[in-house]
Design a protein around this ligand. Structure first.
Ligand SMILES: [Zn+2]
Length: 458
């Protein structure tokens, strides 16, 4: 059984005819029923029509992000997916009214619209790169053998996600695209539209990102107020997945480091940190009260580590669908799902410093820890709250005092530094006054010579 999601514009057909598209009931992780097909809309789609579709196909489902089932092997961890562009001319059978059968025209059409193949393929790449950063999924473009469509995952001759273009509803203010839910994931764009119009690549990226959101297992999210990628109607007032979309995707796949529960095998974050300046690692998530996120960090002699675990998400309007309309928005306290607890442990997991005094929605800080050189573990857990997903970031400040006598910025104390010191002999208020006595002199020279060769490597 196929499952698909359609992007619609102002459609000329009644919801009843679209309801003939093959729909079978699915159960999401929380036990709510989601359909296999998600219809999406252009900005000028009449609200009552959008609402009717959502009621018909999503059962008037509940608040905030709406999740179905992830890809096999997903479920709080990323999955490795491939995508491909089948050859033009491949026959695309209609997936139900109003979809039309006909040949694939994607390659020639997008090249005509964007100027060359590299340009439009790069836009797809940008979309998948962003979903990689959010979920830990990987996306690899592969060739496509032209097998019958839709026909997807689990075959090395074509992508898990096969992206095509053909007629859907004849154009005008109509359907833009549709996308199958996991574990099919295929995407069809409507050939009646020019996707490079509007003067912005963002619109096309958001369309593709939205469609693949369905391909990840996300349904639409209400209200339609231009704050969420997965709102029923596409818009370009922001770029890519927003808070609600990120939370939804991370409910299904976790953040990009998952599963990082144990002290052994914890991902090392040194490569993400620049010494002596605040570095931010996000978007991270605890997907429920039992989740543990562990990171490795290596400290050198004299380095101090400040860690902040900061819940994100704020609060925003969220509405269930009632009848054919999005219901009255209520406030979703995204930042207050779980009360964060932060620890700095030895590499073996023995307790070190800990921060948990602040309440739910507030950050926790371990300030200027200096446990000595070695490998350590940063662990984030929760100690309260009952939410299913707490979005957060780590702010890391790794401080060191640098090398006394390092004057020319090459990180190594040598002749270049000596030249600078000699050149400023007798001067005051300069870096070469290493002992801060007000004048560059013999004591400063002694310090520099004492550190000769430091930082220069083996
Ligand atoms: Zn959609």
């Amino acid at each position: 059984m196929k499952s698909a999601a359609l992007i619609l514009g102002t459609i000329a057909v009644g919801a009843s005819s679209l309801a003939t598209v093959g729909v079978d009931a699915r159960t999401d992780r929380g036990g709510e029923m989601l359909p296999p097909i998600a219809f999406c809309f252009t900005p000028d789609a009449p609200p009552e029509l959008v609402a009717q579709f959502n009621t018909d196909f999503y059962g008037g489902g509940g608040e905030r992000f709406q999740v179905g089932s992830p890809w096999p092997n997903g479920g709080f961890q990323g999955v490795d997916l491939t995508y491909s562009f089948p050859p033009d001319g491949l026959f695309l059978p209609a997936q139900g009214s109003p979809d039309m059968s006909g040949p694939n025209v994607l390659n020639a059409a997008l090249t005509a619209q964007f100027g060359d193949e590299a340009t439009w393929k790069d836009l797809f790449r940008q979309v998948f790169d962003r979903w990689e950063e959010i979920t830990g999924n990987t996306y690899t473009e592969v060739s496509d053998d032209g097998a019958s469509w839709p026909n997807s995952s689990g075959n090395s001759n074509r992508g898990d996600i096969r992206i095509v273009m053909g007629g859907i509803d004849g154009g005008g203010a109509g359907i833009l695209a549709y996308n199958f839910f996991p574990s099919n994931g295929d995407m069809k764009l409507d050939s009646a539209h020019n996707f490079s119009t509007g003067g912005t690549e963002r619109y096309f990226r958001n369309l593709i990102a939205h469609e693949h959101g369905h391909g990840l297992g996300l349904a639409h999210s209400c209200p339609q107020n231009s704050t969420k990628l997965m709102e029923p109607s596409i818009n370009a007032s922001f770029d890519g997945p927003q808070i609600d979309d990120i939370r939804g995707a991370q409910v299904l796949y976790g953040d990009r480091f998952e599963p990082n529960t144990g002290v052994s095998g914890a991902p090392n974050i040194n490569g993400l940190v620049v010494a002596n300046q605040a570095s931010f690692i996000e978007p991270l998530t605890l997907h429920n009260s039992g989740d543990t996120d562990t990171f490795a960090v290596t400290l050198e002699e004299g380095e101090r580590l400040t860690i902040v675990a900061r819940p994100l998400g704020g609060s925003y309007a969220s509405a269930p669908q009632v009848g054919i309309n999005c219901g009255t928005p209520e406030v979703d306290m995204a930042q207050e799902e779980l009360d964060l607890r932060l620890e700095l442990l030895t590499s073996g997991g023995s307790p070190g410093e800990e921060a948990s005094e602040n309440g739910i929605g507030l950050e926790e800080t371990i300030m200027a820890a200096e446990p000595g050189p070695g490998s350590y573990r940063i662990r984030v857990t929760s100690e309260g709250g009952s939410g299913v997903v707490q979005l957060y970031e780590l702010e890391i400040l790794l401080e060191n005092d640098g090398l006394l006598g390092e004057l020319n910025g090459d990180g190594c104390i040598g002749s270049g530094d000596l030249s600078i010191l000699i050149g400023s002999w007798g001067a005051s208020g300069v870096l070469a006054d290493l002992d801060d006595d007000g004048t560059v002199g013999s004591f400063d020279l002694a310090i520099l010579l004492g550190n000769w060769g430091a930082g220069c490597g083996g």
